[in-house]
Design a binder for this molecule. Structure first.
Ligand code: FAD
Length: 382
């Protein structure tokens, strides 16, 4: 089995395949965790997921809680809970409707809480907050530590990882897939494409057009400050996600779009837009007003036209599987999606359907334009 892409999805899939006795080789263009999987905000969030993603996200979350046992390292996972704040009655009503909708569908993980409960969870939050949605088993982890944990666990099971090995051409010849890299040609019966923002280009080589495009997503990290917030926080009416790590630093993001030099495989930050995001934080925590920002960066992530990932077999070629296009929320999905994809490839049964993520779902819809460089904007939390 050949896997193209050494992010969390490629390494998790390789690990779960190797656990079932499959011989796997991973080809990584740069180094493992170099892109989205190693530089993201570390949010392990089931809160606010698309309905179609919820069963897979919940199964992935269960794996996060067992990570130390499964891969030998907890990836820095902290089950801190995640809280989405409502800052006015209209937002609280939105939260109420969301929780009600989930309950109708049988999902109980998102819980509506009132102002008093919010103040108990975060005593330092601004007093205008009126309530929110609380998910106690969500949390956060350390991205690069997690990617490395999957890589080492996979290698222990015999997975071979080749870095600086970009797949330039993929082609099926007889019963074998041949993948050309500058260092030579690799072949295997089954090919898995987990190449993040670059997967669309590989899919195009087998005639599969996927409406996906890359974006540069930004994050900033502050100086250290005394502990003031244990859970991961999001907002209902504005784009925000932030968390305080044990060392006191605060990581601030929330799908903030920067700019992108895609050919150079490089994201760029936009300081004006980061400033807006920083002000959201100080609105909620006025005591942080003079806290300095220590570091900013942007990572490259793949977004699809319907904001859902592509997971499952190609419809154009046999023995080819995809897992990409996680739209800014794929770190949390890594453990569970890798397991589910491995099961699907090996024909094992699972209760979790991947139908909503089939690559041919875009065929019916009239193909949306897929700009490589979108106008600068912020993607709202769903
Ligand atoms: C700033 C930022 C913050 C985020 N915050 C969160 C968060 O808090 N929570 C969350 O759940 N998600 C978050 N995400 C999203 C999450 O990081 C991604 O969805 C996830 O990491 C995608 O993993 P991946 O393995 O599909 O892609 P990647 O990590 O991009 O890995 C793909 C790999 O494939 C390699 N590759 C590409 N082309 C080739 C080729 N031709 N040959 C060989 N290798 C190739 C690349 O070099 C890359 O290493 C965030 C993303 C960013 C950028």
């Amino acid at each position: 089995m050949l896997v193209i892409g050494g992010g969390i999805h490629g390494l998790s899939t390789a690990f779960h395949l190797a656990r079932r006795g499959v011989a796997v080789t991973v080809l990584e263009a740069d180094y493992c965790g170099r892109h989205a999987s190693g530089v993201n905000a570390g949010g392990v969030r089931t809160l606010g997921r698309h309905i179609e993603e919820i069963p897979l996200a919940l199964s992935s979350r269960a794996l996060w809680h067992e990570l130390k046992h499964t891969v030998g390292d907890d990836g820095g996972f902290v089950p801190s809970g995640q809280l989405k704040l409502a800052e006015n009655p209209a937002e609280l009503e939105q939260c109420r409707q969301r929780v009600q909708q989930l309950q109708t569908l049988g999902f109980e993980h998102e819980v509506l809480i009132d102002q008093q409960a919010v103040f108990e969870i975060i005593p330092t939050v601004a007093r205008h907050v009126v309530g929110g949605i609380w998910v106690k088993d969500d949390g956060y982890a350390v991205p690069y530590k997690t990617v490395t944990a999957f890589r080492l666990a996979a290698e222990k099971l015999g997975v071979r990882v080749h870095e600086s090995a970009p797949a330039q051409r993929i082609e099926q010849s007889g019963s074998l897939w041949k993948v050309t890299t500058p260092g030579g040609v690799f072949s295997a019966e089954h090919l898995v494409v987990t190449a993040g923002a670059w997967a669309r280009e590989l899919a195009a080589q087998v005639g599969e057009a996927v409406p996906a495009h890359p974006e540069g997503l930004m994050l900033m990290v502050t100086h250290r400050v005394a502990p003031f917030c244990a859970p991961v926080l999001g907002a209902t009416g504005r784009s925000l996600s932030f968390k305080q790590f044990a060392n006191g630093t605060v990581v601030i993001g929330g799908k903030l779009i920067g700019s992108l030099d895609f050919p150079a495989r490089h994201g760029e930050v936009d300081m004006t837009r980061l400033g807006t995001s920083a002000r959201t934080v100080t609105d909620l925590f006025p005591h942080l007003k003079h806290l300095g920002v220590n570091r900013v960066w942007a990572g490259v992530e793949a977004f699809t036209a319907d904001d859902l990932p592509v997971i499952g077999p190609s419809r154009k070629a046999s023995n080819l599987s995809y897992s990409f296009g996680f739209c800014g929320s794929g770190f949390q999905m890594g453990p569970g999606t890798g397991k589910r994809l491995a099961q699907q490839i090996l024909g094992e049964h699972s209760e979790i359907s991947l139908d909503a993520f089939a690559v041919d779902r875009f065929d019916a819809a009239s193909p949306a334009p897929t700009p490589v460089f979108q106008p600068a904007t912020t993607i709202p939390h769903h």
